[in-house]
Design a protein around this ligand. Structure first.
Ligand SMILES: [Mn+2]
Length: 323
């Protein structure tokens, strides 16, 4: 019989521009231990080996930094997601930076090749750059372009090297089947508020569903959940990707690499995730970009541990109810 849930820890921070998000998952474990919580003994995590030592070497690829190491991490994350779905009904992955989400989607796709996957992306940023459009070269701004197999060459500002493009092509096809892992209609953005021009042109032209914070407050959390649920009516399973920078740094914490003002309140984010976890189709959830080096008193990890604990309990209850 399958377990209700498996927790994966992925410490890679190769995709971020600011150092320290590799310590995020362990900062969360520290919170649990401080609170004498039995959460991680009841839900023993599996760990993915990182390649963060590559950060001690010079970067080789200007418009997709550390792409060699990230390809290696992508293989490991995909394999682990596939293995976790063999042993468990649902998967929760706690990662360093957000680049990993492309491989999480790749792992879901390759372990459910005939299923239609819906993606809920809660983030301040659209993460839909490619090596052709990135202003920073940081791959944590690119996971959705990987999953959608999009280069956005029409809005190109960079000319990446051939070696970079070769790796980039590998990433976009890593889940096999020679088709994009998801299409624009499989994606819902929530909480975006710091989008580059090249990204917003692309989002408009693809017609990606985008629910901003004003709309959330107008609609109310339960209406947002039911709107997203009906939007994914024809989908088989849902993956939720939660970047902690979706939250308001004044309310949550500045313990994340790229904080943006005027985000979701912690209470709003918690309620949203709680409601989404009740959806029968939600099978995988990811938490990213917790950076204790930029924090005071490990606050972002505290906020995140609460949300993770609630969501994992919610997913477990749901599995018990549907057994
Ligand atoms: Mn992100």
């Amino acid at each position: 019989m399958k377990k209700n849930i498996e927790i994966i820890i992925n410490n890679s921070e190769l995709g971020a521009g600011t150092r320290g998000s590799s310590l995020g998952p362990d900062a969360i474990l520290t919170v649990a231990r401080t609170e004498k919580s039995s959460f991680f003994s009841e839900n023993k995590p599996v760990r993915i080996k990182d390649e963060n030592h590559l950060l001690d070497l010079p970067n080789q690829s200007h418009f997709a930094k550390r792409i060699d190491g990230i390809c290696e991490i992508y293989s490991r994350v995909m394999n682990q997601i596939q293995m976790s779905f063999k042993s468990s009904e649902t998967v929760c992955i706690i990662s360093g930076d957000h680049s990993s989400a492309a491989a999480t989607i790749g792992g879901i796709k390759s372990s459910h090749p005939d299923k239609k996957i819906g993606v809920i992306w809660i983030d301040a940023h659209a993460d839909i750059h490619s090596p052709y459009t990135t202003p920073s070269g940081n791959i944590h701004g690119m996971p959705l372009a990987v999953a959608l197999n999009i280069d956005n060459e029409i809005n190109k500002i960079n000319t990446p090297k051939h070696s970079t493009i070769r790796k980039w092509e590998w990433m976009k096809n890593m889940a096999g089947k020679n088709e994009p892992m998801i299409s624009p209609k499989d994606l819902v953005y929530i909480g975006l508020r710091d989008i580059e021009n090249e990204e917003s042109k692309l989002i408009d032209s693809l017609g990606i569903k985008n629910i901003n914070i004003e709309e959330i407050r107008e609609l109310g959390i339960s209406n947002v959940t039911s709107t997203v649920n009906s939007y994914f009516d024809n989908h088989d399973l849902i993956y939720l990707s939660f970047d902690v920078d979706s939250m308001d740094p004044e309310d949550a914490s500045y313990g994340t690499g790229t904080p943006v003002e005027s985000g979701l309140l912690v209470s709003e984010a918690s309620e949203l995730i709680d409601e989404f976890c009740k959806l029968e189709k939600l099978k995988c959830i990811e938490f990213v970009e917790i950076n204790p080096c930029l924090d005071k008193q490990n606050k972002m990890a505290k906020v995140s541990f609460n949300i993770i604990e609630n969501s994992v309990n919610q997913l477990k209850n749901k599995a018990i109810l549907t057994e």
